[in-house]
Ligand binder design. Sequence first.
Ligand code: B12
Ligand code: SF4
Length: 476
Amino acid sequence: MKIIIITPPVPPIFARHIRERYVPFPLGIAYLGAVLKERGYDVELIYSGYENLGGKRLMRIIENKKPDILGFSVLTPHLERAVTFATEIKRKYPNIKTIIGNVHATSLPEETLNTYPAFDFLLSGEGEISLPQLITSIAGNGKSFFEVPGLAFRYENKVHFNGEAPGVNDLDELPFPAWNLFFTTNKLPIGYKPLWLTVHASRGCPYKCVFCKIAEDKKMRYRKGSKVAEEINDWDVLNFNAKYLTFTDSTFTLNEEKVTEVLESMIKKNIGNKVKWECLTRVDRVNSKILNLMKKAGCDMIVYGTESGSYEILNNIKKTIDFSVTQHSIKITHEAGIKTTVSMLIGNPNETKETLKKTIEYALKLNPTIATFPILMHFPGTEVEKMAKEGKGSYIKISDKNIYSRWSSSSYHIIGLTATDLEAYQRKGFLKFYLRLSKIPIFLKNQDATGLILYLCNVFKRLFPKRQKSEFVVDI
Ligand code: B12
Ligand code: SF4
């Protein structure tokens, strides 16, 4: 049985979110590939973003490889593209079984399968246990579909959902992510771009930010530090020449004891001299001791979700952290020699012009290496989505969910702030932050030439916006 798992095709390069060119390889499907390979399946992974694959080229690849099962790893913003591709696959090759997984499937299992007949099956939750079970069931020598955890499927013209699959309990029992399955000849493609891989030391998150679906995944699970370091070291063995890596943990430094173990194991293996890395965490979960260890272990950048310059807004999104803590953490991160990105969300519940002004001023005051100003999206399953549906948080919905496929555009007004206002504040944030002499060299250092051209195109688009025309408005 031949299995291929893909990320959906992406639009052409000039129309893409600038960062997508550098998007790290997807860890979730690398794990799924590894568990399937371990069970002896013929499995391949395709990361459309890395190979710049549009629908036509991806279709030709699938036609040549002739899989029996095609898995789709889909985030909500990529749903439409995934559906278009899956529909074309089913039209041409109705015998290929299609499975959708990842956050969108987890958030809306029944609705997704009811709405999109192009997917035969849906797996909700982590896939390492459920996907191999589903494959044996499809092959006819496994359990009944009713017993596969996380599965949604059609039965007697109705969608039946077995409930979300439980997460993997012991992450150390998993095989290492199978990066080699993205390059099935076991060699890097000619003209390859340096690889940006991903790794994790934990799953779960104890916090409950209102804009985040992961807020439901309360159960923390940690890996042994030695396993994490061994895995990263393996990349050298595989000779994949990874130049950079991202820790995908929701809050990398959540547990001081566990993260110390990870960092010390990395230092022992001299990881910092081989590869640089970044991680996401919260300003209230770092201290100088940890930051110095992180630097020694190769940390290049920390992404902090600082979100807003207004206490009222921080309360509204359930992320109240004292400003003095934020300022101190940014300062000691820089002192440890680590760069910072702060993410300042635009469009929070009950946002006003005043709170947005405060947010932009605050970003300037914090003076991180990089600042981003994403517009909050009402993703399925989040508290903000519920608020928007109920008309709470001052939200007024103006568009259907197709807007998810856009970046930097708003699908809603807030009382006192139109969608265009929100986009204008985002633009203002970027321009105020980057059009300062001190930031220009940092900006240039962090982009390659194509990135710079894309950025300038983007600034132009922002200065002369054509609302709702371009589907993929770019951003840095
Ligand atoms: C790391 C990360 C990134 C990285 C790397 C992305 C990448 N290529 O992997 C960066 C920073 C680049 C990024 C970018 C974006 N991200 Co992001 N990201 C994350 C983060 C923090 C971790 C994801 C991860 O690797 N988890 C670990 C792995 C092991 O788990 P997993 O991916 O969930 O996979 C498991 C299951 O989902 C399932 N599964 C996955 N695929 C499949 C496929 C099949 C067939 C099956 C059966 C099962 C299955 O099994 C896997 C193994 O258990 C999550 C938040 C979180 N804590 O999960 C947000 C998150 C996934 N990102 C999100 C978003 C929106 C984005 C962007 C669209 C933002 C933007 N507007 O640009 C971009 C899209 C980039 C892209 N092209 O993919 C949202 C998605 C919301 C949604 N409803 O879709 C999340 C949940 C954040 C949030 N709080 O809202 N992201
Ligand atoms: S945004 Fe980050 S900290 Fe907040 S609930 Fe989501 S994963 Fe946890």
